[in-house]
Design a protein around this ligand. Structure first.
Ligand code: AKG
Ligand code: FE2
Length: 385
């Protein structure tokens, strides 16, 4: 079953519940699938899945051909083809806009500042382009996700987002149960006002659990101990994880956002599959200043762009998670500093009509991302009214 949902992209000040999102959205674009793993009561079947078919603007030409460029009510609709409804801004933000037009697909946006290939100096952001999943593991995980979640629905629409949940260990019910296949019937039409998660299935599917296991090993030597512990606690974790899977066609992206403050905790892991893209980080002005108690040394720039190659891993904690937005511009490709360049030096980038000879245009291909986040207490109580 499909449910039409829509969202105002002018973001609400009060964080919406899933029910709010289902009932209030008006401009959204993603066809999403929710794979519940059960921490709400009320639904018997552990394999229900919810598809939310959202009016799409995934066609990049459409997104630029509209004459509503100055439409103040939907300022963020055009530059991005996708918006995770689970990752809304806490405040509206002015979005960067690509200068690409429908006939300029392979033209770089100008003025242009090529993206870095290494981590920018944002506290709490960990990224090392040489630390990657093996091709074999990446292929296995991506293949599983594609076959399991990114199928066409009955109307032929491509699903491009799936959310998977686990249950916190120690919560009532068996924490050891596993569920893999996302098969079964859809939720009832009034799902938005009912608990949508079953009680039986309680964990992420095995390929994602082994991905987490590998990530723990791969990241161990590169992360500070406390960051590694935050992401991969050795004893039972306090919180349940959510995995959000996003599939991007070339030209698609995600609006700059801070992952919901009251729904997700600190410590976010993002993995890129199939293709790379540039992720842009922009310091949040003012609004989230009290989200985290400790202040940090201010980086010199307000905006950084970083190229995330295939099979790479990025970790956001602290400031990077709470005080900086992340987003992916709607573009067919990205200007990226050449290999060996971009060690975080400001003078590597050239702006204006010239682009640094040390930068190259990397066309986008299909990209799958898997993002792991901790669900905060109460974040599982969605849609129950
Ligand atoms: O695709 C990505 O890497 C980012 C996804 C994201 O930020 C989100 O779903 O909140
Ligand atoms: Fe996000």
């Amino acid at each position: 079953m499909s449910i039409e949902i829509s969202t105002e992209l002018g973001m609400p000040k009060v964080e919406p519940t899933l029910e709010d999102k289902i009932s209030n959205i008006t401009h959204s674009k993603r066809t999403i699938q929710v794979e519940p793993a059960g921490f709400l009561t009320g639904i018997e079947n552990g394999h229900k899945r919810l598809k939310l078919d959202i009016p799409t603007t995934s066609n990049k030409v459409d997104s630029y051909s509209s004459d509503s460029d100055t439409d103040a009510e939907a300022p963020d609709e055009k530059p991005f083809s996708s918006l995770s409804p689970d990752s809304l801004f806490d405040e509206p933000l002015e979005l960067p806009r690509s200068s690409l037009g429908p006939d300029q697909d392979l033209q770089p946006p100008k003025p242009c500042k090529p993206a870095l290939r290494t981590a920018p100096p944002i506290p709490g952001l960990f990224f090392d382009p040489s630390v990657r999943l093996s091709d074999a593991l990446a292929d296995e995980v991506a293949k599983f996700c594609m076959e399991q979640y990114f199928v066409e629905d009955r109307s032929g629409k491509r699903i491009n987002q799936a959310m998977l949940f686990e249950r916190a260990k120690g919560a009532s019910g068996s924490s050891e149960e596993r569920h893999g296949a996302a098969t079964g019937s859809s939720v009832p039409a009034n799902a938005a006002s009912e608990p949508i998660f079953p009680t039986s299935a309680t964990s992420l599917p095995p390929p994602l659990l082994s991905l987490l296991d590998s990530l723990s090993h791969i990241l161990k030597p590169t992360l500070p101990d406390e960051t590694h512990k935050l992401l991969f606690p050795s004893s039972h974790p306090l919180h349940a994880r959510q995995a959000i899977l996003n599939l991007y066609a070339p030209g698609e992206g995600i609006s700059p956002h801070v992952d919901l403050l009251r729904r997700f905790g600190d410590g976010i892991i993002g993995v890129s599959f199939y293709g790379g893209c540039v992720m842009q980080f922009e310091r949040v002005q003012g609004e989230n200043d009290d989200a985290q108690p400790e202040a940090s040394d201010a980086p010199t720039e307000e905006i950084y762009s970083v190229y995330l190659p295939q099979n790479s891993i990025i970790v956001l904690t602290g400031d990077a998670r709470y005080r900086w937005t992340h987003g992916i511009a709607l573009r067919d490709g990205d200007w990226v500093l050449s290999d060996g360049e971009g060690k975080g030096r400001d003078d590597d980038a050239v702006c204006g009509t010239e682009v640094s000879p040390r930068a190259g245009w990397i066309p986008r291909s299909t990209r799958l991302s898997i993002t792991f986040r901790w669900l905060l207490p109460g974040a599982d109580i969605v849609g129950g009214g």
